[in-house]
Write a protein that binds this ligand. Structure first.
Ligand code: SF4
Length: 372
């Protein structure tokens, strides 16, 4: 597989990731808030009523959250669930969101592909993205008439930040006529320049659907290697990496296995190839969850973002013991209950995409969805 290295300068934070603040440091109201109004801040006290109304939700996460922590989260959980009804809003939460978000306020949970598809069929007026900025952009692309909010504009992604639309245009000039496949972990600006998107669950299928012998695959060099090992199509890769998954090492996994030879190790394809080779199974977050639910291993090591192990543990009810190396994604962890509450009250931060660019970016995503 060919690895493309084009020297690019260190880039400042993209303008769309800089929060809009007025000179007085008072947050500027979003267009949606000017239209629909700001709601009053709910009471956030821990009361018997809050305890009673959220007890069934705490039961869902009891195995991963000690009782002493719940009184801090429960008032937000109740307030957010009340405000969702008032605003006709839904919360989409990626598998890497913390258990109190994933299990207690989210309406839809899943990996990038699942969230993208479900975002497209949502009947809500407002979508709050529990995830990072490129996911919120994807939701906006598929729901151009809805208000899409990201609770923290700085929730970025090292993969999405590794490449720009100009980089893609340069690649296309270097390899004329070669189609470009972009992992969904890219900005709308990049999606607008490519032929089709993919996720880690459908990357091989998408590459082979193009019916050519060479494709440019971006931005994840490790997912590109994972795909290249499973197809005859020649892959020209970009050099991006997920800052969470590239930290895992084969030595680390081998040490866990030496300690317990019966442990099952399952890894995400964003990990380096030697980490995949040291694992029993590799697949998207949805495939990893499916593996745990169907295989029911006695002990499992999930080689991915740490919160997912908590969420799967909460869902699978104690059949499996989870070993958690706990690499956290700092971007995913920017999304918190207080910020989600603010989003619903102030309708911020609203995701806005240039309409002409959105048409081209949407086609790349919809082409992937049409593949099934
Ligand atoms: S876990 Fe990696 S790929 Fe996912 S949002 Fe964080 S940095 Fe991006």
């Amino acid at each position: 597989m060919e690895a493309v290295r084009i020297n690019t300068p260190v880039r400042p934070a993209p303008a769309h990731l800089v929060p809009a603040l007025s000179g007085s440091k008072t947050p500027v109201l979003s267009a949606a808030a000017r239209r629909l109004g700001v709601l009053p801040m709910p009471n956030l006290a821990w009361t018997p009523e809050v305890e009673r109304e959220t007890a069934h939700l705490y039961e869902k996460i009891r195995s991963v959250m000690p009782p002493v922590e719940w009184p801090f989260h429960a008032p937000y959980v109740k307030a957010i669930n009340d405000l969702k009804k008032q605003r006709n809003a839904v919360i989409l939460a990626h598998n890497y969101q913390t258990p109190e978000i994933y299990n207690c306020v989210a309406d839809v949970v899943g990996d990038s592909l699942q969230l993208a598809k479900l975002a497209a069929s949502s009947q809500a007026d407002i979508i709050v993205q529990g995830g990072v900025h490129f996911m919120a952009e994807t939701s906006k692309l598929l729901n151009p008439d809805k208000i899409v909010l990201i609770p923290d504009l700085n929730a970025g992604c090292s993969l999405a930040a590794s490449i720009t639309g100009a980089d893609v245009r340069l690649l296309c000039k270097t390899y004329p006529g070669v189609p470009v496949v972009a992992y969904v972990n890219t900005s709308a600006e990049v999606k607008a320049e490519v032929d089709i998107c993919c996720t880690s669950s459908n990357a091989v299928k998408v590459v082979e659907s193009l019916g050519v012998d060479t494709v440019i695959f971006l931005p994840d060099q490790y997912l590109a290697k994972y795909v290249a090992a499973r197809t005859k199509v020649k892959i020209i890769a970009w050099h991006g990496a997920c800052e969470v998954h590239e930290r895992f090492t084969a030595e680390e996994l081998n040490a866990y296995r030496a300690n317990d030879p019966t442990i099952k190790i399952i890894a995400h394809p964003e990990c380096p190839p030697e980490v995949i080779a040291a694992s029993d199974f590799a697949g998207s977050t949805a495939a990893m969850i499916d593996y745990v639910k169907t295989q029911k291993p006695a002990r499992v090591l999930l080689v991915t973002e740490c919160s997912m192990a908590d969420n799967v543990q909460a869902e699978t009810g104690g059949v499996t013991e989870f070993v958690k190396p706990c690499n956290l994604c700092p971007h995913m962890k920017r999304i918190t209950l207080p910020k989600i509450l603010d989003s619903l009250i102030y309708l911020r931060e609203e995701v806005v995409i240039d309409p002409a660019l959105a048409v081209r970016a949407r086609e790349s995503v919809e082409r992937m969805i049409r593949l099934g």
